[in-house]
Design a protein around this ligand. Structure first.
Ligand code: TYM
Length: 332
């Protein structure tokens, strides 16, 4: 079976509905067809300022939510990036074959560095995509499921793998990005023109996986729609309604076209109620399970340690090969 790798940054309180539909639900399905490895990328998180106490807790909480949502930590590998030293080690080697201009062209770096300002823009933020390349290449991953925003980074990974292979001999598998289906992108409920994101402006626009069921229902029922009455999927003209259809389709697995038929002649109130009920039904058991797992942090930490060992067994071998290819003297 082909190898698959993906990762997500730890987030403070909880993952949100966008991460859930766009990443977790997809990963859960894909793990059955691939030899799947999922990573909580805490080393990526520290490329912007973090509170140390919160970061540690966020990493645990994120891992708990992966498991609660159905990522199987036995058939798949689920680990924390900083637990496997080979990641920054390979990243250094890849840094030495990455052009300055090549890294400076990454649009996420350009956006983030502009937001941060020159003083807060660090070497770490600049090297972020190279660390991501190391994540992927260490495991010989063929497939990398990501949102559109990460596609450019996977392209860079392909370029670096190809460059390394031609300079030093065949070493890395050249991976392919697998971007998600159309409806898998979830937008802010209050501001359906922008992607649902943890840094969104209105707290009412973001649904958290660990929200109380009542809060989940309330946010969905207060979603911004439009002044028409027709329920149809048309993200340009009807971003709010289309977003609700994407959410309902995402959590129930019903195609959007079938939902349009189902809602023919019905009103926005029906769409909101059904969507709220579906999300509450989907999230409630995940929330309960995640909170249970977080009740026993020692057990969770042991599970992550065990998974880190499984990941390191693969990563260390690739790192050794790469070190050898570039001519580093092995320690005997
Ligand atoms: P990150 O942490 O920003 O996002 C994690 C995943 O969640 C998806 N996502 C969404 N999907 C749908 N709707 C939304 N509103 C939404 N918001 C987020 C993202 O597309 C993503 O797939 N650099 C990566 C993490 C990473 C990685 C890797 C990924 C590090 N190393 C190696 C793959 C392979 C990131 O910051 O994702």
């Amino acid at each position: 079976t082909a190898r698959l790798f993906s990762g997500m940054q730890p987030s403070a309180e909880s993952l949100h509905l966008g991460n859930y539909v766009g990443a977790l639900l997809q990963w859960k399905k894909l793990q059955n067809d691939f030899d799947a490895i999922f990573c909580v990328v805490d080393l990526h998180a520290i490329t912007v300022a973090q509170d140390p106490v919160k970061l540690r807790e966020a990493t645990r909480r994120t891992a708990a939510q992966y498991i609660a949502a159905g990522i199987d930590p036995e058939s798949s590998i689920l680990f924390v990036q900083s637990h496997v030293a080979a990641h920054p080690q390979l990243a250094w080697v890849l840094d030495t074959i990455t052009g300055y201009g090549e890294a400076a062209r990454m649009t996420q770096f350009k956006d983030k560095s502009q937001k941060q300002g020159a003083d807060a823009t660090t070497l770490g933020l600049f090297a972020y995509p190279v660390l991501m390349a190391a994540d992927i290449l260490l495991y010989n991953a063929e497939v990398v499921p990501v949102g559109d925003d990460q596609k450019q980074h996977v392209e860079l990974t392909r370029d670096l793998a190809t460059r390394f292979n031609s300079r030093f001999g065949d070493t890395f598998v050249v991976p392919e990005a697998k971007t998600l289906a159309d409806g898998a992108r979830i937008y802010d409920l209050q501001n359906p023109g922008s992607k649902m994101s943890k840094s969104g402006e209105s707290p009412q626009g973001i649904v958290w996986l660990l929200d109380e069921p009542k809060a989940v229902a309330k946010k969905i029922k207060s979603a911004v729609t439009d002044t028409e009455r027709e329920i149809r999927f048309d993200p340009k003209a009807k971003p709010g309604v289309s977003n609700l259809l994407s959410i309902l389709s995402g959590v129930t697995g019903t195609p959007v076209a079938a939902l349009e038929d189902h809602f023919a002649g019905k009103g926005y109130g029906d769409l909101k109620t059904e969507t709220a009920d579906a999300v509450v039904a989907e999230f409630e058991p995940v929330r309960t399970r995640a909170l249970e797992l977080l009740d026993d942090p020692a057990e969770l930490d042991r599970l992550l340690a065990h998974n880190a060992e499984r990941a390191a067994a693969i990563a260390d071998e690739t790192l050794r090969l790469a070190y050898d290819r570039v001519g580093l003297l092995p320690r005997v």
